[in-house]
Design a protein around this ligand. Structure first.
Ligand SMILES: [Zn+2]
Length: 234
């Protein structure tokens, strides 16, 4: 059994969504002067690997602290290799072509989409932040209707939506977060958790994820939070 982080360290150099303040980690007390070290950490809650809850887009939506711990633990995780280039969307057609729908997506409680775009995070930050692929609103709708047991979606991009398409970002997030009663369909899943800026390259090829733990910062009443994501590999 092996454990790996599917989240990045948060540091001042962490790339963050365009328009957000950069994280700041400033030394406050230091051993030479005070005898001990402390720091003041200032970050926007959507910095680095983080988990979005419905309150991100909905006034009455759940915040991170409205979730039970068990709702951040997943036992049937699927890593979907769906390579995408700049600005492209992961679509329903991609899902159908992948044949994942025939091979046990019925049991999955967390779907991770590896687009391969993680490769630009380190060496081409501008591209990582402004050319990112995303997940189509239709695919989120489809997943919530057809696979209501899925509770979380994760992606190796700065956002689930392309930076260049704010209208689609709004719709895709809302489609993930709407309550089942507001959804156009008879049955659908509970609102989804969305994990953005994931380090999905930490999963070796063909490895099986036995369990996944999202460990958000324990912030009370906030829409979303930076998080650690830990995968237990078989
Ligand atoms: Zn976010």
């Amino acid at each position: 059994m092996k454990h790996v982080y599917l989240s990045y360290y948060l540091q001042e150099e962490s790339p963050v969504y365009v328009g957000l303040k950069k994280p700041s980690i400033q030394s406050e007390c230091s051993i030479p002067r005070d005898g001990y070290n402390t720091s003041i950490i200032s970050v926007e809650n959507h910095s680095g690997t983080h988990v979005d809850a419905p309150a991100h887009f909905l006034e009455e939506g759940k915040t991170i602290s409205d979730y039970n711990l068990s709702e951040f633990i997943f036992n049937r995780v699927m890593l979907w290799e769906c390579e995408k280039n700049s600005h492209e969307l992961v679509t329903v057609e991609d899902l159908l072509e992948s044949h994942l729908t025939e091979s046990g997506l019925d049991n999955v409680d967390c779907l991770l989409i590896r687009t391969g775009f993680f490769k630009y995070r380190k060496n081409n930050v501008e591209k990582y932040l402004t050319h990112n692929p995303g997940i189509s609103e239709d695919l989120i709708h489809y997943l919530r209707e057809k696979f209501p047991q899925i509770r979380a979606l994760g992606i190796d991009c700065v956002s689930i939506s392309p930076y260049t398409n704010p209208a689609s970002a709004n719709k895709a997030h809302k489609t993930a977060f709407l309550g089942s009663e507001d959804f156009n369909g008879d049955t659908c899943s509970e609102p989804l958790l969305l994990i953005e800026d994931m380090k999905l390259q930490a999963v070796p090829k063909n490895a099986i994820i036995e369990k996944l733990f999202i460990v958000p910062w324990q912030l009370k009443g906030v829409d979303s939070a930076p998080c650690s994501v830990i995968a237990q590999l078989k």
